[in-house]
Design a protein around this ligand. Sequence first.
Ligand code: SF4
Ligand code: SF4
Length: 254
Amino acid sequence: MEAKEFKVRWVMAIDIDKCTGCGACMVACQAENNLAPVEDASFKLRVMNWLVVYELSNKQPFPDHDIAYLPRPCMQCGNPPCVSVCPVIATDKNEEGGIVSQVTPRCIGCRYCMAACPYHARYFNWFDPSWPEGMEKVLTPDVSVRPRGVVEKCTFCHHRFMQAKDKAIVEGRDPEALNDGDYVTSCAEACPNGAIVFGDVNNPDHAVYELARSQYACRLLERLHADPQVYYISRREWVRRQLDNYLENEQVKG
Ligand code: SF4
Ligand code: SF4
């Protein structure tokens, strides 16, 4: 199925060769989106991280050994498999920028969307949120706190999109034509190496326009045709090969 085209398409371009795996983006995401700490973070199936940094390896022995880090947010797919399976329309593809929403008050916790997502980008909330004393004072006011029993996921910090549009309106600018940098996700802002760039891929004035069109850009499991709005850039062929599970003799882009 062909993905629907939007005038504005918010996209993340992640340069894997710049990522050191420090995890600053993960921490920024947790703090910005009011993700409560869980008691036992080693319980991987119950822990909640909207953005996860994975380690990749070329599996070669020394001296050819090489590793890379892959930050994985929700891909905001153009053809989101999670949307069509939801029985209560608690998730939808937003026509304003193509962000896939998650309406948690509507979610009944059936977890069909989790089963449908090929990127494991959705998380079931097993616990009532609770913060260490004092931390509840620094929650982000524009992000609602979710109860136990619903599914959550990365929203490309959608509340920041709303804030950027409000600011443009107050300043007499067109909210449908934001400048590069007006709306940036918290992970992109926090990355000390500038590995994550965010913007409108349809606007030649935004940095992601060129990055997404680089010969070294590819998308995770592109062959599934989910049409992700996250591009990965790496000059290393073995990295691009792993991102799409290329077979031994298959041609890799670039
Ligand atoms: S990455 Fe998963 S949760 Fe995000 S839009 Fe795609 S299918 Fe849905
Ligand atoms: S903050 Fe930047 S360098 Fe650190 S893990 Fe995330 S993308 Fe990589």
